[in-house]
Design a protein around this ligand. Structure first.
Ligand SMILES: NC(=O)C1=CN([C@@H]2O[C@H](COP(=O)(O)OP(=O)(O)OC[C@H]3O[C@@H](n4cnc5c(N)ncnc54)[C@H](OP(=O)(O)O)[C@@H]3O)[C@@H](O)[C@H]2O)[C@@H](O)CC1
Ligand SMILES: Nc1ncnc2c1ncn2[C@@H]1O[C@H](COP(=O)(O)OP(=O)(O)O)[C@@H](O)[C@H]1O
Ligand SMILES: [K+]
Length: 516
């Protein structure tokens, strides 16, 4: 599986400083990349198309002005609205020299709006202007109003369709509200490489949304046509969840079979060597959760699945998955999954508690989900215990484990909150949501923004728990990486099932998509 490094805005800003002192033309590289992406989004038809830049007073505005100057030279009707009194002097001069027009207001008939009001220099609060409905909104470096370090939005922020970001992916583009505001991400390499520190996080590059593949192809061509630019050291890369080559392959041949990192069974495998998963799930109230998590484990691929559920749910599990075996304890398990649909069933909660204790003792991976998370304060944990809360469960977990001081951080800087919580609990955490955040004690967190909001449907987390069980039982890698691979598998199933992102599917259908 491929990861992209992610840095805070502050890290990128510091990396730029020595290069700027050395006279590297970072701003023009950035502007060139932005202009190329805008041209590509215009489908190569530049002449007479209207592109309006909202221009702030700092270097972000400078990037916007230089990009508009390049677009103007290609025949674009390029206009700039200066939202502050000041604007980057050289950028403005270049824009004017190219024949660009400064206008007072954003016209409703713009084809593209470039948001170059605020970038990594933004602090405090911002009120974003209204944008015309029909225009495609392209953020320069990051949507104005988003904190590049944390993704936090104080006030309001621009809603971008695309963000063309420079030098490296920023944390704020992926987590918190910033992750919802940034749209499809495009990375322009401006040559910061050797100056960049170890990253703040890694991000799973897991395949672009299929409906945007045409644009990805267009970008790829633009990226390779260096003859059209005076800055041929600038290297464009595409990371709309995937590197260019991978995105292009997906376009021609949709992904089939197991996702990346997930190895199939060895030729000489037998059922016990492949891995056994023990699932404690379901109750009289939630029998379906047992079916979903057992089913996802079976469909992801293991040697055997054993399960413990309430009497009322057992027949349903067997009738849907006759290969699963009822068992009163984990005994031979190579991974354990506890929690989906236990509700308040005391016998099931006790079984979950015993299974977690067994896993800690045997150093076996153990996925703790849903109501089993309430057991955590009474347990000794370890790194191979993977806690998988959604946001509400995460808040409860922090309170119940005596870390209410992290609650505020969870809303202002979710990445740091999850990292600190993993450290304090001495367990691995996977926070579910639009962007999945995974952190192990002492490790670099892993982010996965799947762009599949259809997964926000009841039971989809039960499916993820089953996938996690199968992946941790059968694959060899650190548990945070296995968790990321499982999250990517979950997203991949949703994409196969729902390539147009309608969200018209239920969790049980994900099980079918797992074997496609
Ligand atoms: N470093 C480089 O050379 C390179 C950087 N690059 C680019 O530069 C960007 C960073 O540029 P930056 O540091 O100039 O900051 P930037 O994001 O334009 O904002 C600062 C301006 O915004 C204003 N402002 C601040 N807060 C505000 C608020 N709450 N509400 C309203 N206004 C507010 C403040 O104005 P003031 O209030 O002082 O008048 C200040 O002047 C980066 O994202 C990338 O695009 C690339 O070209 C590559 C090379
Ligand atoms: N807006 C969203 N975009 C993408 N994925 C989402 C979104 N909301 C939730 N998800 C994913 O859907 C799953 C929901 O899990 P969970 O909340 O535990 O559901 P349930 O308990 O009903 O099974 C998680 O994998 C989560 O990451
Ligand atoms: K911006």
């Amino acid at each position: 599986m491929r990861y992209e490094p992610v840095w805070t805005g502050a890290q990128i800003h510091s990396a730029e400083a020595p290069l700027l002192r050395a006279g590297e033309p970072l701003m023009r590289r950035a502007a060139w990349g932005l202009a190329q992406h805008v041209l590509s989004l215009l489908g190569g038809q530049a002449y007479g198309r209207r592109v309006v830049g909202l221009i702030g007073s700092g270097n972000n505005g400078g990037d916007g002005l230089w990009a508009l100057a390049l677009l103007r030279r290609r025949g674009v009707d390029a206009r700039a609205v200066l939202v502050r009194q000041r604007a980057h002097p050289e950028g403005l001069a270049a824009f004017r020299a190219a024949g660009g027009r400064v206008v007072q207001e954003l016209e409703a008939d713009a084809d593209v709006v470039i948001d170059a009001i605020l970038g990594t220099g933004f602090r405090g609060e911002f009120q974003a202007p209204e944008l015309p409905d029909r225009a495609l909104v392209v953020a320069c470096d990051l949507p104005s109003g988003v904190d590049a370090d944390t993704g936090q939005v104080r006030g309001t922020a621009i809603q971008a369709d695309h963000t063309v970001t420079f030098g490296g992916l920023k944390t704020g583009l992926l987590v918190g509200e910033g992750g919802l505001r940034s749209g499809q991400l495009h990375l322009v390499d401006i040559g910061l490489g050797p100056q960049l520190p170890p990253p703040d996080a890694h991000c799973v590059a897991a395949g672009a949304a299929r409906e945007t593949m045409g644009e990805v192809e267009g970008d790829r061509e633009a990226a390779h046509d260096t003859s059209r630019t005076p800055m041929d050291s600038a290297d464009l890369r595409e990371v709309s969840g995937a590197p260019v080559s991978q995105a292009a392959t997906l376009h021609m041949r949709p992904p089939v079979g197991p996702g990346p990192l997930l190895r199939g069974p060895a030729p000489g495998a037998h059922k016990y060597s492949r891995g056994t998963v023990h699932v404690v799930a379901g109750s009289a109230q939630y029998p379906g959760a047992a079916v979903l998590s057992v089913g996802a484990t079976v469909r992801t691929g293991v040697g055997m699945v054993t399960f413990q559920t309430a009497q009322q749910a057992a027949d349903r599990v067997i009738s849907s998955f006759p290969e699963a075996v009822a068992a009163a304890e984990p005994s031979r398990a190579s991974a354990v999954v506890v929690g989906p649909g236990l509700g308040e069933d005391p016998a099931q909660l006790l079984a979950a508690q015993q299974a977690i204790r067994w896993a800690v003792q045997e150093e076996t991976p153990c996925v703790v989900d849903a109501s089993a998370l309430a057991l955590v304060p009474q347990l000794k944990l370890s790194q191979n215990i993977l806690l998988t809360p959604h946001l509400g469960e995460m808040r409860r977990l922090l309170r119940s484990c005596g870390h209410p001081d992290l609650l505020e951080l969870l809303s202002t800087d979710p990445l740091q909150a999850v990292r600190s919580a993993a450290e304090r609990l001495q367990a691995t955490l996977l926070l579910k949501g639009p962007t999945t955040i995974i952190a192990s004690p002492g490790g670099t967190p892993i982010l996965h923004r799947g762009s599949t909001p259809g997964l926000a449907t009841a039971g989809s987390g039960d499916v993820l728990a089953g996938i996690l069980g199968a992946v941790t039982a059968t694959q060899k890698a650190p548990i945070d990486q296995l968790a990321a691979a499982a999250a990517a598998r979950h997203v991949q199933a949703a994409r196969l099932l729902d390539p147009h992102g309608t969200g018209a599917f239920g969790a049980a259908q994900l099980l079918e998509a797992l074997t496609v």
